[in-house]
Design a protein around this ligand. Structure first.
Ligand code: PBG
Length: 333
């Protein structure tokens, strides 16, 4: 048979397995299921009517009432796993009050019982007047690590006690995973899951989110989040951060954003044996929507293509603003 190998084959070789939807379906290696998707929700204190979020088609800054209606519709559409972002009206510098978000969790739990899985983002950027993810020093020139961690642990416990299934710290302080895990365990919340935004980069793709969550950094001295989020050019830092968070007790690790960091997702998910999440962030999602609005690409198929890349790269779950459309969109493929 040795000579055969030297003969260039004519006609179909690889294309035989591409010829129709049947064989393409049978040979797929990566599949996205609606079960893998988590729907983000913003709930905002002090607004009377819900407000559309620019760039994120069909996503709103919800009132307590409109949130419940939207979640109900979403559950019917199959999107029964959410991540909640609470936006309080009152901004403070310290001693944050987490009651607004806590009440929203209690309401959802009362209304939907075990039919809804609730993760809650744990951060301070929607609570602070300066928009940073932690407490600032008196000179306002840096984020104080341990004081921020103490506030975050208090928030996480309050959300867990209100009925959250999962708490998800997104602040990027050092030691917050250990502090939150210890606080939960010491107060009867040992079953609450901890999803760490462990590989969260200092990205420009968070724009639409910061409008929705009222959380853009506004300090004159400290203008961005470069002193706590990971530098886009430092993959080793993302690895160290994820190993550390796994050791500190995170159940699930996450890469964020998604598309510009697929290499990170692929590498970390193969090196660190934990369930991996990826956050398809607001700017990525809005990018697809804006192209589609110009009739330059078809939105559903393009979204599914992005989700497929995440699964291919090792994600077992995806946070995406399109989760509620997944059943429909996935039936287009
Ligand atoms: C809060 C937080 C951010 C996102 C999730 N949690 C933004 C930020 O770090 O400024 C971004 C999500 C998105 O863009 O969709 N720290």
């Amino acid at each position: 048979m040795a000579e055969n190998r030297t003969i260039a084959r004519q006609g179909l070789t690889l294309r035989r397995l591409r010829q129709d939807r049947f064989i393409r379906g049978l040979t797929r290696q990566a599949r996205v299921s609606p079960e893998q998707l988590i729907q983000p929700h913003f709930v905002v204190d002090g607004i009377r009517q819900r407000e559309a979020v620019p760039g994120l088609t069909g996503v709103f800054r919800e009132t307590a009432d409109s949130l419940a209606k939207q979640v109900e519709q979403d559950i019917e559409a199959g999107a029964d796993k959410i991540i909640l972002f609470g936006v309080p009206a009152e901004k403070r510098e310290a001693n944050f009050n987490h009651d607004f978000t806590r009440r929203q969790i209690e309401n959802l739990r009362r209304r939907f019982g075990a039919n809804l899985w609730i993760a809650v983002d744990v951060c301070l950027c929607s609570h602070t007047a300066h928009g940073h993810c932690g407490v600032l020093s008196r000179e306002q020139d840096h984020v104080v690590n341990d004081a921020s961690v103490a506030e975050l642990a208090r928030a996480a416990l309050s959300y867990a006690q209100a009925g959250a299934n999962c708490v998800a710290p997104s602040d990027m302080m050092d030691g917050r995973v250990a502090a939150i895990r210890q606080t939960l365990d010491a107060n009867g919340a040992e079953r609450t899951l901890l999803l760490s935004y462990s590989a969260k980069f200092n990205s420009r793709f968070y724009g639409p989110f910061r409008e929705a969550a009222d959380s853009a950094p506004r300090s004159d001295v400290l203008k961005d989040r470069a002193t706590y989020q990971i530098d886009p050019a430092r993959p080793d830092d993302a690895y160290a951060s994820s190993v550390r968070d796994a050791e500190e007790g995170a159940d699930i690790l996450m890469v964020k954003p998604g598309l510009p960091y697929l290499d990170i997702l692929k590498e970390l998910s193969s090196r660190i044996e934990k369930p991996w999440a990826v956050y398809e962030v607001s700017g990525e999602y809005a990018g697809v929507e804006l192209l589609a609005a110009q009739n330059l690409i078809p939105a559903p198929q393009a979204h599914v293509e992005c989700w497929t890349s995440f699964v291919r790269a090792g994600a077992s779950m995806i946070i995406t603003y399109g989760a509620r459309h997944a059943r429909r969109w996935l039936s287009h493929v």
